[in-house]
Design a protein around this ligand. Sequence first.
Ligand code: CAA
Length: 285
Amino acid sequence: MTIERILVIGAGTMGRQIAMSCALSGYQTILQDISADALSAARKELESWADSRVSKGKLEQADAQAALERLSESTDLVHSAGTADLVIEAAVERLDIKEQIFATLGEHTPAHAILATNSSTLPSSRVAQASGRPAQVCNMHFFNPALVMKCVEVVRNEQTSDETVSAVTDVATRLGKQPVLVNKEIPGFIANRMMGAINAEALNLAQQGIASIEDIDTTAKTALGHPMGPFELMDMVGLDVIDVIAQATYAETGEDADKPHPLITEKVQAGLLGRKSGEGFYPYS
Ligand code: CAA
């Protein structure tokens, strides 16, 4: 199947960068969101990201302009769905909203269209039935910042067809990503399970006063070669997102080790969500 037109749903942190990545790779891309403000904020951020790449000499001006021209925005889901060969849903992590979106997509996208969700907490089997075409549904999980991180987890559910896996894997490769296949739906897939284990240990070390968060982060970077320390990374991902991932994992496994950590819950309740709110484990100006 030839995929030429991609619809990305949700203009938040992930959706906007996934959409730009698609446009840069030559796909006609629509970024859809119910909020016109979110779409214009996304456009502004992507234009300034493209300008900075051009001024660093990492992107040709003509390629930046062509990508921004291939990318359009819309608040109208039904209309945007009509021409999509592939949909990547990156809306809020709420099952009721995703079910509604997948039902709309099932009704309004062309019959051949593949419907992927970027969700890290809701496996695609939860929304596949609502679409009416479960064989064409899977998770396509990108990482933050999506314009930079190479990994894309392609997660199949029990009904996902081989053709769907192959088409989504091909798109990820054309985006310049490194797709990995997750053969079974499991909470956290691969990356978030490993990240969760590191975060849990880092949070426990800090809570017990074994070391400061700065020194734990320094150790991760200088002893283990991680690009960021776990506290810096949690602040970047968003402590609310970390909390939602933990809640979803715990709901699924019921294991104490997966319980949301009290240090995270405390921060979220105080509105300290990380970089996006101006403060998390660290302050941001
Ligand atoms: N958006 C777009 N581009 C960004 C960016 C952002 N938010 N942050 C950094 N970049 C770009 C920079 O522009 C720069 O590009 P060039 O090399 O072309 O100039 C490049 O990334 C490197 O940035 P910096 O030099 O400023 O800083 P760095 O070398 O420390 O890299 C980083 C920044 C890429 C974020 C790096 O620290 C890193 O890889 N951190 C780990 C990120 C990570 O683990 N992400 C996964 C989170 S988990 C997740 O997303 C899953 C989930 O379900 C929650």
